[in-house]
Design a protein around this ligand. Structure first.
Ligand code: C5P
Length: 402
């Protein structure tokens, strides 16, 4: 899959830079070509000789320099690469990329690169958790940059927590997987996907909602679109953007609107994947004016009525379409997921648990179990949501190609 692919490896100044050497070896062994761009700090942690020997190419560390063939080398380099991997990525390089700053060879090359970018952060846990870093990571994710989440463990600074760079093998696999998805195995298929939360209005100001970020549904849409499927994505309110020639996006707010959008596109689809966290209840009446506090009654009681169950509705008209649901459970996970699978007439259900570290709402990673209608159970380990999307897509392909 990686044979002949051209990988630009960016290394910034963190202790995990030594692991970049292993990453180069993995890419080279898989038949890829590697060119390395470093920050000047990175060269404090790993030598130019090591990187040049392993990559069999010169290392770039200056925008202007004698080593460069000509001064727009960063553009020539980025035209050359098929994928750009930054490992380790410090808070500094993440911040620069998120804000469009180009003041050295690595940040300049990153800004000149418009193909797939993988960022493997590595830093102290307090830095990783800092709102500024988290905001930058969210901004990058929302713009299609692939974040390979750091893991928990012993950090070089003596702390224990999240901030260790993901292992080189896992970074390598994420990059490899992204090339796999380029094959048009789903060409000619139409897939309907729902994503994100719904909001059920109480009055013009307030609503009932949930913590769904939409990341899983959007990752799925991109994965299937990369495999050649035409995707219709029906999304609740999220902070994500999607730009893909195979994805048509309909934005909705409430469960009722989501149902209407799904009904419109269900007839034409070969498969439907409901990844949205649809609110189960909505206020029975919408107050046209903002509800004031301090009225005659002390307490405010909301009377809630059920929203339409979109998936159950589609399940009744399924015919030979493949129907996939999601289940987020906090207890009796497998039993509850199987109940949903049966009652909603699904082909398979993707179960994710809130009790797993790094899984569920808002995270860039997820840990899933897939249960099919023969009640066969496949468990997967914690992965980046894009890799999880690839696992789900692999399962879907089996059903679509039956
Ligand atoms: O809410 P519940 O756990 O039943 O969700 C299971 C599945 O049903 C999910 O795939 C979700 O997107 C879908 N669902 C739906 N409409 C609802 C509630 C859930 O499509 N009103």
């Amino acid at each position: 899959m990686l044979k002949g692919k051209k990988i630009i490896l960016g290394i910034s100044g963190g202790i995990a830079a030594y692991k970049a050497a292993i990453l180069i070896r993995l890419f080279k062994k898989a038949g890829a070509e590697v060119k390395v761009v470093v920050t000047s700090n990175a060269l404090e942690f790993i030598t130019r000789v090591t990187l040049e020997s392993l990559s069999e190419n010169k290392v770039y560390d200056k925008v202007f320099g004698e080593q460069n063939d000509y001064t727009t080398e960063h553009v020539a380099l980025t035209d050359w690469g098929d994928a750009f991997v930054v490992a380790p990525a410090t808070a500094n390089i993440i911040g620069k990329l998120a804000s469009g700053i180009a003041d050295d060879a690595l940040s300049t090359s990153l800004l000149a690169f418009n193909k797939k970018v993988f960022i493997a952060p590595a830093m102290n846990c307090k830095m990783w958790e800092h709102f500024a870093v988290q905001k930058n990571v969210d901004h990058l994710t929302a713009n299609g940059i692939h974040i390979i989440e750091p893991t928990e463990g012993f950090l070089a600074c003596g702390y224990e927590g999240r901030g260790r760079m993901e292992e080189p093998e896992r970074i390598f696999n994420a990059v490899k997987e992204s090339f796999h998805s380029k094959q048009s195995t789903l060409k000619g298929k139409n897939v309907l996907i729902t994503a994100g939360p719904t909001r059920e209005a109480i009055d013009p100001v307030r609503y009932i909602g949930n913590h769904s970020s939409g990341k899983m549904g959007y990752a799925l849409a991109e994965e299937l679109a990369d495999r050649g499927a035409r995707v219709h994505l029906v999304s609740g309110p999220v902070n994500l953007t999607v730009v893909h020639k195979n994805i048509a996006l309909t934005k909705v707010t409430s469960a009722d609107e989501m149902l209407e959008a799904c009904k419109k596109h269900f007839d034409d689809c070969d498969a439907a994947i409901m990844a949205a966290a649809v609110a189960d209840y909505r206020p029975d009446a919408f107050a046209t004016k903002k509800i004031k506090k301090g009225g005659s009654a002390k307490d405010l009681k909301l009377h809630l009525v059920p929203t339409p169950d979109i998936l159950a509705h589609l399940g009744k008209q399924k015919e030979n379409r493949v129907l996939v649901g999601f289940a987020l459970e906090t207890d009796n996970e497998t039993d509850n997921a199987i109940k949903k699978l049966t009652s909603k007439n699904l082909d398979f259900i993707v179960l994710n648990s809130l009790s797993e570290q790094g899984a569920g709402f808002g995270h860039n990673t997820n840990k899933i179990t897939i249960i099919n209608n023969k009640q066969e159970v496949s468990r997967y380990h914690l992965k980046d949501k894009r890799e999880v999307a690839a696992d789900i897509a692999d399962t879907l392909e089996k059903y679509l190609n039956r």
